[in-house]
Design a binder for this molecule. Structure first.
Ligand SMILES: *Cc1c(COP(=O)(O)O)cnc(C)c1O
Length: 468
Protein backbone atom coordinates (compact mmCIF):
# COMPACT_ATOMS: atom_id res chain seq x y z
CA UNK A 1 0.00 0.00 0.00
CA UNK A 2 1.24 3.46 -0.91
CA UNK A 3 0.86 6.64 1.13
CA UNK A 4 -1.15 8.06 -1.80
CA UNK A 5 -3.85 5.53 -1.03
CA UNK A 6 -4.24 6.75 2.55
CA UNK A 7 -7.06 9.23 1.87
CA UNK A 8 -9.28 6.55 0.37
CA UNK A 9 -8.65 3.99 3.09
CA UNK A 10 -8.63 6.46 5.95
CA UNK A 11 -12.02 7.68 4.78
CA UNK A 12 -13.30 4.09 4.71
CA UNK A 13 -11.89 3.48 8.18
CA UNK A 14 -13.55 6.65 9.48
CA UNK A 15 -16.89 5.69 7.94
CA UNK A 16 -16.62 2.25 9.45
CA UNK A 17 -15.73 3.75 12.85
CA UNK A 18 -18.68 6.15 12.84
CA UNK A 19 -21.07 3.35 11.89
CA UNK A 20 -19.56 1.04 14.49
CA UNK A 21 -20.06 3.57 17.26
CA UNK A 22 -23.56 4.48 16.09
CA UNK A 23 -24.69 0.84 16.19
CA UNK A 24 -22.83 -0.44 19.25
CA UNK A 25 -26.03 -0.88 21.25
CA UNK A 26 -27.13 -3.52 18.73
CA UNK A 27 -24.11 -5.69 19.51
CA UNK A 28 -23.59 -7.91 22.54
CA UNK A 29 -21.09 -6.14 24.81
CA UNK A 30 -19.03 -9.31 25.12
CA UNK A 31 -18.79 -11.61 22.12
CA UNK A 32 -19.97 -15.18 22.24
CA UNK A 33 -16.71 -16.77 21.17
CA UNK A 34 -14.72 -19.73 22.42
CA UNK A 35 -10.97 -19.64 22.98
CA UNK A 36 -9.11 -20.50 19.77
CA UNK A 37 -12.15 -19.93 17.55
CA UNK A 38 -10.86 -16.65 16.12
CA UNK A 39 -7.24 -17.71 15.56
CA UNK A 40 -8.45 -20.62 13.44
CA UNK A 41 -9.74 -18.13 10.87
CA UNK A 42 -6.33 -16.53 10.34
CA UNK A 43 -3.69 -18.23 8.14
CA UNK A 44 -0.96 -19.82 10.21
CA UNK A 45 1.84 -18.25 8.17
CA UNK A 46 2.45 -14.76 6.73
CA UNK A 47 1.82 -14.10 3.02
CA UNK A 48 4.82 -14.23 0.68
CA UNK A 49 3.21 -11.76 -1.72
CA UNK A 50 1.53 -8.43 -1.08
CA UNK A 51 -2.24 -8.54 -0.73
CA UNK A 52 -4.79 -5.96 -1.78
CA UNK A 53 -5.93 -3.57 0.95
CA UNK A 54 -9.52 -4.25 -0.08
CA UNK A 55 -9.06 -7.88 1.00
CA UNK A 56 -7.28 -7.02 4.21
CA UNK A 57 -9.92 -4.44 5.09
CA UNK A 58 -12.85 -6.73 4.41
CA UNK A 59 -11.27 -9.49 6.51
CA UNK A 60 -11.04 -6.98 9.37
CA UNK A 61 -14.71 -6.05 8.99
CA UNK A 62 -15.82 -9.67 8.73
CA UNK A 63 -13.70 -11.22 11.44
CA UNK A 64 -12.50 -8.83 14.11
CA UNK A 65 -15.42 -6.81 15.53
CA UNK A 66 -17.55 -9.89 16.13
CA UNK A 67 -14.80 -11.40 18.23
CA UNK A 68 -14.10 -8.36 20.37
CA UNK A 69 -15.39 -7.17 23.72
CA UNK A 70 -16.75 -3.69 23.03
CA UNK A 71 -15.19 -1.38 25.56
CA UNK A 72 -16.90 1.64 23.99
CA UNK A 73 -20.34 0.05 24.31
CA UNK A 74 -22.65 2.34 26.31
CA UNK A 75 -23.72 -0.65 28.40
CA UNK A 76 -20.20 -1.67 29.43
CA UNK A 77 -20.39 -1.65 33.23
CA UNK A 78 -17.46 -4.01 33.85
CA UNK A 79 -13.90 -3.40 35.18
CA UNK A 80 -13.35 0.36 34.76
CA UNK A 81 -14.23 2.02 31.48
CA UNK A 82 -11.45 2.70 29.02
CA UNK A 83 -13.00 5.61 27.20
CA UNK A 84 -12.14 6.73 23.71
CA UNK A 85 -13.90 9.99 22.95
CA UNK A 86 -14.25 10.78 19.25
CA UNK A 87 -11.97 13.81 19.57
CA UNK A 88 -9.17 11.81 21.16
CA UNK A 89 -9.48 9.11 18.49
CA UNK A 90 -9.03 11.77 15.85
CA UNK A 91 -5.95 13.12 17.62
CA UNK A 92 -4.53 9.61 17.76
CA UNK A 93 -4.99 9.30 14.02
CA UNK A 94 -2.98 12.48 13.50
CA UNK A 95 -0.29 11.40 15.96
CA UNK A 96 -0.05 8.15 13.99
CA UNK A 97 0.40 10.09 10.78
CA UNK A 98 3.51 11.73 12.19
CA UNK A 99 4.62 8.72 14.27
CA UNK A 100 7.50 10.39 16.02
CA UNK A 101 9.52 9.01 18.90
CA UNK A 102 8.91 11.48 21.69
CA UNK A 103 11.88 10.55 23.83
CA UNK A 104 13.84 13.81 23.79
CA UNK A 105 12.89 17.41 23.22
CA UNK A 106 14.89 17.47 20.01
CA UNK A 107 13.22 14.32 18.66
CA UNK A 108 9.77 15.88 19.14
CA UNK A 109 9.74 19.56 20.13
CA UNK A 110 5.99 20.18 19.81
CA UNK A 111 5.08 16.86 21.45
CA UNK A 112 7.40 17.53 24.37
CA UNK A 113 6.17 21.07 24.92
CA UNK A 114 2.52 20.12 24.44
CA UNK A 115 3.05 17.41 27.07
CA UNK A 116 4.37 20.01 29.53
CA UNK A 117 1.40 22.29 28.87
CA UNK A 118 -1.17 19.45 28.99
CA UNK A 119 0.24 18.21 32.29
CA UNK A 120 -0.28 21.72 33.58
CA UNK A 121 -3.83 21.92 32.17
CA UNK A 122 -4.65 18.63 33.87
CA UNK A 123 -3.01 19.77 37.10
CA UNK A 124 -5.29 22.82 37.11
CA UNK A 125 -8.30 20.72 36.12
CA UNK A 126 -7.72 18.48 39.14
CA UNK A 127 -7.13 21.41 41.48
CA UNK A 128 -3.52 20.55 42.32
CA UNK A 129 -1.06 23.29 43.21
CA UNK A 130 1.56 24.55 40.78
CA UNK A 131 4.33 22.72 42.63
CA UNK A 132 3.37 19.58 40.65
CA UNK A 133 5.02 18.85 37.32
CA UNK A 134 4.51 15.57 35.52
CA UNK A 135 4.78 13.19 32.63
CA UNK A 136 2.46 11.09 30.49
CA UNK A 137 3.17 7.38 30.78
CA UNK A 138 1.57 4.37 29.10
CA UNK A 139 -0.07 2.91 32.19
CA UNK A 140 -0.53 3.31 35.91
CA UNK A 141 1.52 0.15 36.30
CA UNK A 142 4.54 1.90 34.73
CA UNK A 143 4.00 5.07 36.75
CA UNK A 144 3.74 3.08 39.98
CA UNK A 145 6.84 1.07 39.12
CA UNK A 146 8.68 4.35 38.46
CA UNK A 147 7.54 5.64 41.86
CA UNK A 148 8.53 2.44 43.67
CA UNK A 149 11.97 2.44 42.04
CA UNK A 150 12.33 6.03 43.20
CA UNK A 151 11.30 5.01 46.74
CA UNK A 152 13.98 2.34 46.66
CA UNK A 153 16.73 4.58 45.38
CA UNK A 154 15.91 7.56 47.55
CA UNK A 155 15.93 5.37 50.67
CA UNK A 156 19.27 3.87 49.58
CA UNK A 157 20.73 7.20 48.53
CA UNK A 158 20.90 5.88 44.95
CA UNK A 159 23.24 3.04 45.86
CA UNK A 160 20.92 0.33 44.52
CA UNK A 161 21.24 1.54 40.93
CA UNK A 162 25.02 1.44 41.18
CA UNK A 163 25.76 -1.67 43.22
CA UNK A 164 22.64 -3.82 43.24
CA UNK A 165 20.67 -4.54 46.38
CA UNK A 166 22.88 -7.22 47.96
CA UNK A 167 24.17 -6.19 51.35
CA UNK A 168 21.92 -3.13 51.57
CA UNK A 169 19.21 -2.71 54.21
CA UNK A 170 15.89 -4.49 53.68
CA UNK A 171 13.38 -1.93 52.41
CA UNK A 172 9.72 -1.77 53.41
CA UNK A 173 6.78 -0.33 51.49
CA UNK A 174 3.33 0.24 53.00
CA UNK A 175 -0.07 0.17 51.30
CA UNK A 176 -3.60 -0.73 52.30
CA UNK A 177 -5.21 -4.08 51.59
CA UNK A 178 -7.42 -2.30 49.00
CA UNK A 179 -4.63 -1.37 46.61
CA UNK A 180 -4.34 -2.66 43.06
CA UNK A 181 -2.12 -5.59 42.09
CA UNK A 182 0.10 -3.19 40.12
CA UNK A 183 1.56 -2.18 43.48
CA UNK A 184 2.49 -5.78 44.27
CA UNK A 185 3.98 -6.06 40.81
CA UNK A 186 6.06 -2.88 41.25
CA UNK A 187 7.39 -4.05 44.60
CA UNK A 188 8.35 -7.40 43.05
CA UNK A 189 9.99 -5.94 39.96
CA UNK A 190 11.90 -3.34 41.96
CA UNK A 191 13.71 -6.09 43.85
CA UNK A 192 12.19 -4.93 47.14
CA UNK A 193 10.24 -8.17 47.20
CA UNK A 194 6.63 -9.05 47.86
CA UNK A 195 7.43 -10.00 51.46
CA UNK A 196 8.42 -6.37 52.09
CA UNK A 197 5.14 -4.92 50.90
CA UNK A 198 3.31 -4.42 54.17
CA UNK A 199 -0.45 -4.48 53.64
CA UNK A 200 -2.05 -2.33 56.31
CA UNK A 201 -5.57 -3.26 57.34
CA UNK A 202 -8.48 -0.94 56.66
CA UNK A 203 -11.25 0.45 58.83
CA UNK A 204 -15.01 0.07 58.46
CA UNK A 205 -14.93 2.54 55.53
CA UNK A 206 -12.08 0.62 53.81
CA UNK A 207 -9.46 3.31 54.50
CA UNK A 208 -6.00 2.42 55.77
CA UNK A 209 -5.88 2.61 59.57
CA UNK A 210 -3.36 5.36 60.37
CA UNK A 211 -2.50 3.88 63.77
CA UNK A 212 -1.77 0.50 62.16
CA UNK A 213 0.49 2.20 59.62
CA UNK A 214 2.43 3.92 62.38
CA UNK A 215 2.70 0.70 64.39
CA UNK A 216 3.98 -1.22 61.35
CA UNK A 217 6.66 1.41 60.65
CA UNK A 218 7.76 1.42 64.29
CA UNK A 219 7.97 -2.38 64.38
CA UNK A 220 10.06 -2.41 61.20
CA UNK A 221 12.42 0.23 62.56
CA UNK A 222 12.81 -1.73 65.78
CA UNK A 223 13.71 -4.78 63.68
CA UNK A 224 16.37 -2.95 61.71
CA UNK A 225 14.38 -2.74 58.47
CA UNK A 226 14.32 0.45 56.38
CA UNK A 227 10.88 2.00 55.72
CA UNK A 228 11.12 3.44 52.20
CA UNK A 229 7.71 4.25 50.81
CA UNK A 230 3.99 4.60 51.28
CA UNK A 231 1.30 4.14 48.65
CA UNK A 232 -2.12 5.70 49.14
CA UNK A 233 -5.24 4.53 47.38
CA UNK A 234 -8.00 6.75 45.96
CA UNK A 235 -10.80 4.77 44.32
CA UNK A 236 -9.45 1.23 44.66
CA UNK A 237 -10.25 -1.20 41.88
CA UNK A 238 -12.17 -3.79 43.82
CA UNK A 239 -14.83 -1.61 45.50
CA UNK A 240 -13.64 2.01 45.06
CA UNK A 241 -12.08 2.43 48.50
CA UNK A 242 -10.08 5.54 49.39
CA UNK A 243 -7.53 6.20 52.10
CA UNK A 244 -7.65 9.39 54.18
CA UNK A 245 -4.59 10.88 52.56
CA UNK A 246 -4.25 13.84 54.91
CA UNK A 247 -3.69 11.43 57.81
CA UNK A 248 -1.49 8.79 56.23
CA UNK A 249 0.69 11.08 54.09
CA UNK A 250 1.52 13.10 57.21
CA UNK A 251 2.76 9.91 58.84
CA UNK A 252 4.74 9.17 55.68
CA UNK A 253 6.38 12.58 55.89
CA UNK A 254 7.14 12.16 59.55
CA UNK A 255 9.15 9.00 58.76
CA UNK A 256 10.69 10.47 55.61
CA UNK A 257 8.95 7.99 53.30
CA UNK A 258 8.59 8.64 49.59
CA UNK A 259 4.84 8.70 48.92
CA UNK A 260 2.79 7.76 45.88
CA UNK A 261 -0.98 7.95 45.39
CA UNK A 262 -2.77 5.54 43.05
CA UNK A 263 -5.87 7.30 41.74
CA UNK A 264 -5.73 5.56 38.36
CA UNK A 265 -9.51 5.47 37.96
CA UNK A 266 -10.93 8.05 40.38
CA UNK A 267 -8.38 10.77 39.64
CA UNK A 268 -10.48 11.83 36.63
CA UNK A 269 -13.40 12.58 38.96
CA UNK A 270 -11.29 15.25 40.69
CA UNK A 271 -12.12 17.61 37.82
CA UNK A 272 -15.33 18.05 39.86
CA UNK A 273 -14.43 20.38 42.76
CA UNK A 274 -17.16 18.94 45.00
CA UNK A 275 -15.40 15.54 45.01
CA UNK A 276 -11.95 16.76 45.97
CA UNK A 277 -12.53 16.38 49.70
CA UNK A 278 -12.17 12.62 49.09
CA UNK A 279 -8.46 13.06 48.37
CA UNK A 280 -7.86 15.93 50.75
CA UNK A 281 -4.17 15.98 51.67
CA UNK A 282 -3.04 14.75 48.23
CA UNK A 283 -0.77 17.81 48.01
CA UNK A 284 1.57 16.07 50.44
CA UNK A 285 2.25 13.23 47.98
CA UNK A 286 5.53 13.01 46.11
CA UNK A 287 3.88 11.22 43.19
CA UNK A 288 0.29 10.80 41.97
CA UNK A 289 -0.97 8.67 39.10
CA UNK A 290 -4.28 8.94 37.28
CA UNK A 291 -5.36 7.52 33.93
CA UNK A 292 -7.13 9.92 31.58
CA UNK A 293 -7.60 6.76 29.51
CA UNK A 294 -10.07 5.43 32.03
CA UNK A 295 -12.84 7.81 32.99
CA UNK A 296 -11.81 11.10 31.38
CA UNK A 297 -12.07 10.15 27.70
CA UNK A 298 -8.54 10.07 26.28
CA UNK A 299 -8.24 6.83 24.42
CA UNK A 300 -5.84 4.18 25.63
CA UNK A 301 -3.04 4.65 26.47
CA UNK A 302 -2.66 7.76 28.57
CA UNK A 303 -1.58 7.68 32.20
CA UNK A 304 -0.54 10.89 33.93
CA UNK A 305 1.99 10.91 36.73
CA UNK A 306 2.30 14.11 38.72
CA UNK A 307 5.56 14.63 40.60
CA UNK A 308 6.25 17.17 43.32
CA UNK A 309 10.01 16.95 42.83
CA UNK A 310 10.71 15.28 39.48
CA UNK A 311 14.43 15.29 40.21
CA UNK A 312 14.09 12.23 42.46
CA UNK A 313 12.52 10.13 39.71
CA UNK A 314 14.87 11.53 37.05
CA UNK A 315 17.87 10.69 39.21
CA UNK A 316 16.49 7.16 39.50
CA UNK A 317 15.58 6.52 35.86
CA UNK A 318 17.73 8.76 33.65
CA UNK A 319 20.68 7.39 31.78
CA UNK A 320 22.49 9.61 29.33
CA UNK A 321 24.72 7.87 26.83
CA UNK A 322 26.63 10.19 24.51
CA UNK A 323 24.35 9.47 21.56
CA UNK A 324 21.34 10.85 23.46
CA UNK A 325 22.95 14.05 24.65
CA UNK A 326 21.21 17.24 23.67
CA UNK A 327 22.29 20.85 23.74
CA UNK A 328 20.59 23.57 25.75
CA UNK A 329 19.92 21.10 28.57
CA UNK A 330 18.58 23.54 31.10
CA UNK A 331 15.72 24.94 29.02
CA UNK A 332 14.15 21.67 27.91
CA UNK A 333 12.61 18.46 29.22
CA UNK A 334 13.65 15.07 27.90
CA UNK A 335 10.69 13.04 29.10
CA UNK A 336 12.31 9.67 28.51
CA UNK A 337 14.41 10.50 31.58
CA UNK A 338 11.21 10.55 33.65
CA UNK A 339 10.09 7.05 32.49
CA UNK A 340 11.25 3.50 32.01
CA UNK A 341 11.01 3.13 28.20
CA UNK A 342 13.17 5.29 26.00
CA UNK A 343 10.75 5.48 23.08
CA UNK A 344 7.53 7.34 23.79
CA UNK A 345 4.33 7.96 21.87
CA UNK A 346 2.84 11.40 21.20
CA UNK A 347 0.12 11.10 23.84
CA UNK A 348 -0.32 14.77 24.69
CA UNK A 349 -2.13 15.42 21.42
CA UNK A 350 -5.23 13.47 22.42
CA UNK A 351 -5.36 15.25 25.78
CA UNK A 352 -5.31 18.58 23.95
CA UNK A 353 -8.08 17.52 21.59
CA UNK A 354 -10.13 16.01 24.43
CA UNK A 355 -10.00 19.01 26.75
CA UNK A 356 -10.79 21.43 23.95
CA UNK A 357 -13.52 19.41 22.23
CA UNK A 358 -15.59 18.82 25.38
CA UNK A 359 -14.37 21.49 27.78
CA UNK A 360 -14.05 20.85 31.47
CA UNK A 361 -17.78 21.45 31.89
CA UNK A 362 -18.65 18.77 29.35
CA UNK A 363 -16.36 16.27 31.04
CA UNK A 364 -17.59 17.21 34.53
CA UNK A 365 -21.21 16.72 33.58
CA UNK A 366 -20.47 13.21 32.28
CA UNK A 367 -18.77 12.23 35.52
CA UNK A 368 -21.54 13.77 37.65
CA UNK A 369 -24.15 11.91 35.61
CA UNK A 370 -22.29 8.62 35.99
CA UNK A 371 -22.11 9.07 39.75
CA UNK A 372 -25.81 9.95 40.00
CA UNK A 373 -26.92 7.08 37.78
CA UNK A 374 -24.78 4.62 39.74
CA UNK A 375 -26.45 5.83 42.96
CA UNK A 376 -29.90 5.37 41.42
CA UNK A 377 -29.01 1.90 40.17
CA UNK A 378 -27.71 0.87 43.59
CA UNK A 379 -30.91 2.11 45.24
CA UNK A 380 -33.04 0.13 42.77
CA UNK A 381 -31.01 -3.03 43.19
CA UNK A 382 -31.20 -2.71 46.97
CA UNK A 383 -35.00 -2.58 46.67
CA UNK A 384 -35.22 -5.83 44.66
CA UNK A 385 -36.13 -9.01 46.50
CA UNK A 386 -33.13 -11.26 47.23
CA UNK A 387 -30.58 -8.62 46.24
CA UNK A 388 -28.16 -6.97 48.61
CA UNK A 389 -25.89 -4.00 47.90
CA UNK A 390 -22.66 -5.11 49.56
CA UNK A 391 -20.58 -1.94 49.19
CA UNK A 392 -22.24 1.44 48.60
CA UNK A 393 -21.55 3.60 45.55
CA UNK A 394 -18.08 5.07 45.77
CA UNK A 395 -17.67 7.50 42.91
CA UNK A 396 -19.65 5.45 40.33
CA UNK A 397 -18.86 1.92 41.53
CA UNK A 398 -20.88 -0.33 43.81
CA UNK A 399 -21.06 -4.05 44.45
CA UNK A 400 -24.03 -6.30 45.05
CA UNK A 401 -24.95 -9.92 45.37
CA UNK A 402 -27.89 -12.19 44.82
CA UNK A 403 -29.02 -14.19 47.81
CA UNK A 404 -32.27 -16.08 47.13
CA UNK A 405 -33.61 -18.25 49.96
CA UNK A 406 -32.09 -21.67 50.30
CA UNK A 407 -29.14 -21.09 47.99
CA UNK A 408 -25.49 -20.38 48.65
CA UNK A 409 -25.22 -16.64 47.81
CA UNK A 410 -21.74 -17.01 46.27
CA UNK A 411 -22.95 -19.72 43.96
CA UNK A 412 -26.20 -17.92 43.10
CA UNK A 413 -24.32 -14.69 42.37
CA UNK A 414 -21.72 -16.44 40.23
CA UNK A 415 -24.38 -18.22 38.26
CA UNK A 416 -26.33 -14.95 37.81
CA UNK A 417 -23.38 -12.96 36.45
CA UNK A 418 -22.58 -15.74 33.99
CA UNK A 419 -26.11 -15.67 32.64
CA UNK A 420 -26.12 -11.84 32.50
CA UNK A 421 -22.93 -11.77 30.47
CA UNK A 422 -24.10 -14.50 28.13
CA UNK A 423 -27.25 -12.49 27.48
CA UNK A 424 -24.94 -9.74 26.16
CA UNK A 425 -27.09 -6.64 26.64
CA UNK A 426 -24.85 -5.49 29.49
CA UNK A 427 -21.43 -6.53 30.75
CA UNK A 428 -20.50 -6.82 34.43
CA UNK A 429 -17.48 -8.23 36.28
CA UNK A 430 -17.00 -9.63 39.75
CA UNK A 431 -14.71 -9.35 42.75
CA UNK A 432 -14.52 -10.85 46.20
CA UNK A 433 -15.14 -8.63 49.17
CA UNK A 434 -14.93 -9.75 52.81
CA UNK A 435 -14.85 -13.30 51.50
CA UNK A 436 -18.06 -12.80 49.51
CA UNK A 437 -18.38 -13.23 45.77
CA UNK A 438 -19.92 -9.95 44.57
CA UNK A 439 -20.80 -8.30 41.27
CA UNK A 440 -19.26 -4.89 40.50
CA UNK A 441 -21.27 -2.33 38.59
CA UNK A 442 -19.44 0.78 37.48
CA UNK A 443 -20.87 3.52 35.28
CA UNK A 444 -18.26 5.33 33.25
CA UNK A 445 -18.56 4.90 29.51
CA UNK A 446 -18.39 8.19 27.61
CA UNK A 447 -21.68 7.74 25.71
CA UNK A 448 -23.67 5.94 28.41
CA UNK A 449 -27.13 7.45 28.95
CA UNK A 450 -29.46 7.17 31.91
CA UNK A 451 -31.64 4.69 30.00
CA UNK A 452 -28.62 2.39 29.58
CA UNK A 453 -28.11 2.28 33.34
CA UNK A 454 -31.83 1.73 33.90
CA UNK A 455 -31.78 -1.09 31.39
CA UNK A 456 -28.89 -2.65 33.30
CA UNK A 457 -31.05 -2.93 36.41
CA UNK A 458 -33.93 -4.34 34.35
CA UNK A 459 -31.66 -6.95 32.79
CA UNK A 460 -30.32 -7.96 36.20
CA UNK A 461 -33.83 -8.28 37.63
CA UNK A 462 -35.20 -10.11 34.60
CA UNK A 463 -32.40 -12.64 34.38
CA UNK A 464 -32.55 -13.34 38.10
CA UNK A 465 -36.28 -13.99 37.82
CA UNK A 466 -35.81 -16.57 35.05
CA UNK A 467 -34.82 -19.69 36.89
CA UNK A 468 -31.59 -21.18 35.54
C1 LIG B 1 -6.73 0.32 36.40
C2 LIG B 1 -5.98 0.53 37.64
C3 LIG B 1 -4.60 0.30 37.70
C4 LIG B 1 -3.82 -0.25 36.55
O1 LIG B 1 -3.81 0.63 35.49
P1 LIG B 1 -2.97 0.36 34.16
O2 LIG B 1 -2.92 1.71 33.53
O3 LIG B 1 -3.75 -0.63 33.37
O4 LIG B 1 -1.64 -0.15 34.55
C5 LIG B 1 -3.95 0.59 38.89
N1 LIG B 1 -4.61 1.05 39.95
C6 LIG B 1 -5.93 1.29 39.93
C7 LIG B 1 -6.62 1.82 41.15
C8 LIG B 1 -6.67 1.03 38.77
O5 LIG B 1 -7.98 1.25 38.75
Amino acid sequence: MKYEELPEWSAKAAEWAAEYHATLRDRPVRPNVKPGEFAKKIPASPPELAEEMSEIFSDFVDLVPNAMTHWQHPRFFAYFSSNASAASMLAEQLANAISSQCMLWQTSPAATELETVMIDWLRQALGLSSQFKGVIQDSATSATLSAVLTMREKALNWQGNDCGLAGLPVLRVYASDQTHSSIDKAVRLSGIGQANLVKISTDDRWAMKPESLRAAIETDLANGLLPAGLIGCVGGTSIGASDRLSEILKIGQEYNLYTHVDAAWAGSAMICPELRSIWEGVELADSIVFNPHKWLGANFDCSVQFLRQPKNQIQTLAIKPAYLETLEEDRIENYSEWCIPLGRRFRALKVWFLLRAYGLQGLQSRIRNHINWAKQAAARIESLANFEVVTPPMFSLFTFRYAPDGRDPDEATRELIERINQDGRIYLTQTTHDGKFVIRLTVGQFETQQHDVELAVEVIEQIASQSP
